[in-house]
Design a protein around this ligand. Structure first.
Ligand SMILES: *Cc1c(COP(=O)(O)O)cnc(C)c1O
Length: 246
């Protein structure tokens, strides 16, 4: 029994050290990419993506000064949130959200990054009104036009944004994208720079309830590229916590 718990705590300690080291590398890469794109390191926000990660490891990461975390699934987040040290930490929902789950999550996160339809935005607005709060959202763009992915089609974003901006108790704060997994570097750059163009263009048109300030793109494999092409929020999971075990 004692042997088992010693091994467990050795395993934990090892993972804690790995998270610290990973974080150091990631922050360094973020800083370099920021400078390369003419910005300051602190202009880029790092989100720890915590799906499948146990609370003790999430907390260890948060204790290193990471102040933003993203979860994909409503149920998973609700199941572990009470074990998290969320003082001073912002939580965003980043996974596909079904309309029937909105009411369970509306009071639990400060932003929903995965708004992919007017229907979903309408439900978020409705629940925000009911709960007397304003919800910040990003519009998710299916930049690779993949059938397997949710997100708005690139060309449709300005019109859908105009429609969504009419809804009460919502604030549109930017765009989010996940480019195709298999894309190579040049292709990825293309997707990221298209996103940045849309982000900048839409930012020029001022509208009530629309304030284009967040461009959320880049994950473990490509966050430095994404920053070089204009991202100011990167969502990093496996490079930080290790490979996910489902
Ligand atoms: C899982 C996930 C990430 C992080 O992916 P990694 O490759 O592990 O960094 C980022 N964004 C979204 C929407 C995700 O679902």
């Amino acid at each position: 029994m004692e042997k088992l718990s010693n091994e467990l705590s050795a395993y934990r300690e090892q993972r804690f050290r790995a998270i610290e080291e990973n974080l150091r590398v990631i922050r360094d890469n973020i800083a370099k990419a920021a400078v390369k794109s003419g910005r300051a390191p602190e202009d880029i926000r790092l989100m720890a993506v915590t799906k499948t990660v146990e609370p003790c490891f999430i907390n260890h990461c948060l204790h290193q000064g990471v102040d933003l975390m993203g979860e994909n699934r409503v149920q998973e987040y609700l199941g572990k949130k009470d074990e998290l040290d969320l003082d001073g930490v912002e939580v965003h929902l980043i996974g596909h959200l079904q309309t029937n789950k909105v009411k369970q999550i509306i009071r639990e996160v400060s932003m929903i990054q995965s708004v992919d339809s007017v229907k979903l935005a309408t439900e978020i607005s409705k629940q925000a009104v009911k709960n007397n709060l304003t919800m910040s959202v990003l519009l998710e763009v299916n930049v690779g036009e993949e059938a397997s992915k949710s997100g708005m089609l690139y060309e449709a974003v300005p019109d859908l944004c105009a429609e969504i901006s009419e809804l009460p108790n919502l604030k549109i704060e930017g765009l989010m994208a996940i480019p195709p997994m298999e894309a190579e570097e040049a292709e990825l750059r293309g997707y990221f720079s298209c996103m940045n163009k849309l982000f900048v263009d839409m930012g020029r048109q001022s509208k009530d309830n629309v304030n284009m300030k967040i461009l959320s793109m880049g994950m473990s494999a490509d966050y430095a590229l994404a920053i070089e092409e204009g991202a100011n929020l990167v969502r990093v999971g496996s490079s930080l916590f290790g490979a996910r075990i489902y």
